[in-house]
Design a protein around this ligand. Sequence first.
Ligand code: DX5
Ligand code: ZN
Length: 220
Amino acid sequence: GLKPIIAPSILSANFINLGSDVTLLFLNQCDWIHIDVMDGNFVPNISIGFPVLHQLRTLLVDKSKYFFDCHMMVANPEQWVATVAEYGGNQYTFHLESTKDPKNLVKLIHAHGMRAACALKPQTEIEQVLSFADQLDMVLVMTVEPGFGGQSFMPEMMSKVRKLRQLYPKLDIQVDGGLGPETVNVAAEAGANVIVAGTSVFKAKDQAKTIQTLRDAVVR
Ligand code: DX5
Ligand code: ZN
């Protein structure tokens, strides 16, 4: 079957203690950390950028084994591929709405040694991704409007997940926005196997248990 991948979004971390927050996530058996990069242009918010990515990669204990899932909510995503690769990104997720030439961008990302993924905003249909989906390592179906953590999961996005899963039994399909123990089952049943969770993981009383709950939902 598909590998369940739990990717907490560090947008909900305590930035004053970011290093220890990230270390704890991996102690609690997360698979990836999801790093939300926003440029105040593609989305109406500015989050974290390359100095933070670079420091996470170079300053953390056990730094080399951590997988950095970079969700690039930026205009002109071609511009940052080399930088993210240099600073230790493992996967580069661009938004389909942000590029004129997604196929070439996928090639560029692969040429820089990263996994390539394509994200779809809630209003973007899957048809636009089908012509190059076989080149992708992952598709991200957004379950909120990108830009902010703490929003409500949009269950109507599950029809996109279901169609993609039918077409691509082995593709990693990620969902992002409003995921937690109450919503993960719906997403997993639709076929998502990569779960991003910000608020639910960082507000959890028992973070390890919450991560385990998310994983169990995908495995079943
Ligand atoms: C939203 C980001 C998400 C967000 C998820 O633009 O892409 O990754 O941080 O946060 P929650 O899980 O709180 O919805
Ligand atoms: Zn994200």
